[in-house]
Write a protein that binds this ligand. Structure first.
Ligand code: FAD
Length: 435
């Protein structure tokens, strides 16, 4: 990669936000260079073969409630497949210290818990892609946590586990730290409907992995990429942008699109500095922590879903991910520190509670929290932050434009959000250069 060079637009970060912006910019006739610190594109999505299984170590599931990513799937003709455990034959649920199968006659009670929890969300998020439409109502609830909302309701033990467990997965944090308005946003985005909410979370994934979409965008866009290129500082002025890498190379450009994840944005130094709200948000961080843990088990456990709260089990939820006669894989979620290092024998005991007779062969995953280029999993804002962050984090500053799944309108925290923010940033940059 030749450096100390000049392009129309430099894109910092090659996750879905960055590569979507780069494709659209290059296609609009602007020379575009992506600088990516990792040795691969895709960022917090990572389709990889581990233990003989092709798995998604990061972002996985997409749905037609997510218009930008669904359009990409259609555009490139990419196949999807169902995740067996999302349309489960059996849901094993732990309430207190008891695990039992969810019975047919308990389904209405289960779903009703969500309707009670989210009763206000239609009024609060009438248009979830346009938070300004009901800004006052959103800000009014902004300080409330998921725990606050749950405590205000008289939920049954089953409903407390169903709602509590699902929202621990959705926020990747405990109810005391998770934002009520952020959870309502996702419920509104799925049409205030439990089935769509559940299916959007974990039903459809790319048959050939998220990597197939990364490759399709990169090939179609034909933009230039420099991998293993970490940006350390960015200078910007009325005349343009100058980006310096940790190795001292310099790229100058008319515009920059910054897609560095919120939790590590402060690791890049900006001159002049970013707005105080952007700096504060990066320091405060979003709440998405936890671990996605894959469980390789002997034989075929069937299409199973498990659900619990983190106070009752290290495994807050899991789904059969891939079925095989010899061995199968479940994708699970945990908030327990060190979950990826937890000994197999301990996980065996945990899993056996939900699936008697199961034989665990291995566990694996990627520690996104310990990864210096993400410092967390997926984003939901902390309680009390929405009002300050919603407009300010995606706002451009001079010739710096911002795109990220962490700061977008609509599906913030998802592949969808990354793609939508990347395409919107590309339009804004092209427009600024045309005028
Ligand atoms: C475990 C896990 C499971 C998830 N599950 C789902 C799911 O099922 N469905 C879904 O829709 N979403 C899911 N997500 C969320 C989704 O993956 C992300 O929201 C989305 O991929 C973010 O894209 P992005 O481009 O905004 O950020 P990223 O993908 O993080 O891209 C930012 C890029 O910037 C690079 N970078 C950082 N610092 C620098 C620097 N200084 N210089 C150069 N490059 C730098 C990073 O290496 C990275 O490649 C999941 C995420 C995780 C971690």
């Amino acid at each position: 990669m030749a450096f100390n060079r000049s392009v129309d637009v430099v894109v910092i970060g090659g996750g879905f936000a960055g590569i979507t912006a780069a494709r659209d910019l290059q296609k609009s006739g602007l020379t575009t260079l992506v600088l990516e610190a990792r040795d691969r594109l895709g960022g917090r999505t990572w389709h990889k073969e581990v233990n003989g299984f092709a798995v998604e170590l990061g972002g996985t599931w997409i749905h037609w409630t997510q218009p930008f990513v669904w359009a990409e799937k259609e555009r490139y003709g990419l196949e999807i497949q169902e995740t067996p455990g999302c349309a489960a034959e059996r849901i094993a649920i732990k309430t207190g210290d008891q695990v039992h199968d969810l019975r047919e006659d308990q389904l209405a009670e289960f779903v009703d818990g969500f309707h009670q929890f989210f009763a206000a969300s239609k009024a609060v998020w009438e248009l979830p892609y346009d938070s300004r439409h009901t800004r006052e109502a959103i800000v009014e609830c902004d300080a409330q946590t998921v725990a606050d909302r749950m405590n205000a309701l008289e939920l049954t033990p089953l409903q407390r586990t169903a709602v509590g467990g699902m929202l621990e997965i959705l926020s990747m944090n405990q109810p005391e730290n998770a934002s009520y308005v952020e959870m309502m946003r996702c419920w509104s985005l799925t049409g205030w409907n439990y089935e769509l909410f559940n299916d959007t979370a974990a039903r459809y994934k790319f048959t050939n992995g998220t990597g197939a979409l990364v490759s399709a965008i990169a090939e179609d866009g034909a933009f230039e990429v420099a991998l293993n290129t970490s940006v350390s500082s960015v200078q910007h002025s009325a005349t343009g942008v100058s980006v310096t890498t940790v190795n001292g190379e310099v790229v100058t450009a008319k515009r920059a699109v910054v897609t560095v994840p919120l939790n590590v944005l402060n690791s890049v130094s900006f001159d002049p500095p970013l707005s105080t709200v952007k700096q504060e948000a990066s320091q405060l961080k979003h709440v998405g922590g936890g671990y996605k843990v894959f469980f390789e088990v002997e034989g075929d456990p069937g299409a199973v879903m498990t659900l619990s709260r983190s106070t009752d089990s290290p495994l807050i939820g899991s789904f059969t991910y891939k079925r095989g006669e010899q061995h199968s894989v479940l994708a699970g979620f945990s908030l327990e520190p060190g979950a990826l290092e937890k000994p197999l024998s301990e996980w065996q005991t945990v899993l056996e509670e939900f699936m008697p007779g199961v034989r665990l062969l291995s566990t694996f995953g990627h520690d996104w929290g310990d990864d210096a280029l993400s410092n967390g999993s997926w984003c939901t804002y902390r309680p009390g932050c929405f009002g300050r962050f919603a407009d300010e984090l995606p706002r451009h500053e001079g010739h710096l434009y911002f795109a990220s799944g962490d700061t977008t309108e609509g599906w913030r925290g998802f592949i969808e959000g990354a793609i939508s923010s990347g395409s919107k940033a590309a339009v804004a940059v092209a427009h600024s250069l045309a005028s």
